[in-house]
Design a protein around this ligand. Sequence first.
Ligand code: GAR
Length: 224
Amino acid sequence: MASRLPVAVLLSGRGSNFEALAAAAPTGGYEIRGVVSDRPAAAGLERARERGVAAHALPPGHYPDRAAHDAALAARIDALEPGLVVLAGYMRILSPPFVARYAGRLLNIHPSLLPKYPGLHTHRRVLEAGDPEHGATVHFVTDQLDGGPPIAQARVPVLAGDTVETLSARVQGAEHRLYPAVVGWFAAGRLAWRDGCAWLDGRVLQAPVQLEDTDESGGADRAS
Ligand code: GAR
């Protein structure tokens, strides 16, 4: 059997995206080597342990500054020897040296249709704006917060009577299909970062792939 792409996951919370990624790993061509969190109480750490995945907490308060914390984080990640580092609800801003260290193999999922609504409280902002649709974006991470080249998006409707809770649950359902699909593309060698751009199947992505337009194994009928 071909070797599987080793993946490290960083998270701060519930870990539902970790769970979706772990569930899809056997058919996705990757394996999750370990999970690292800045929050010892993150439920995602327990979910990882239940799946037999190594789980570590590195609380920022144990380090003098962000640079020291990020250096410890990088050491922990490097010990896993990952080919890809996946941010799955990691809620701390990463320092430029950390981002540079993993350039081209660092992905994030963000709960909005970027470039709309970078930052926090995306569901509330979508509801306040009266947008008819919302969704999630997977992108390569750069120094620009939620601003790296987008790879793929999944869209959901905003329904009458939606609350932050109902809308975020719908977006998370979409995230759980989107993230494993994109990590699978990377594991298959189809997705790459070159010259500051995201490439899929040897072509620069001018616009993110829309998940509805794919067969989810990655056969993309996408905008070019
Ligand atoms: C996800 O909805 C993800 O998009 C968001 O955190 C949630 C984590 O959920 N990420 C961000 O807001 C990053 N800026 P999970 O812990 O259940 O996977």
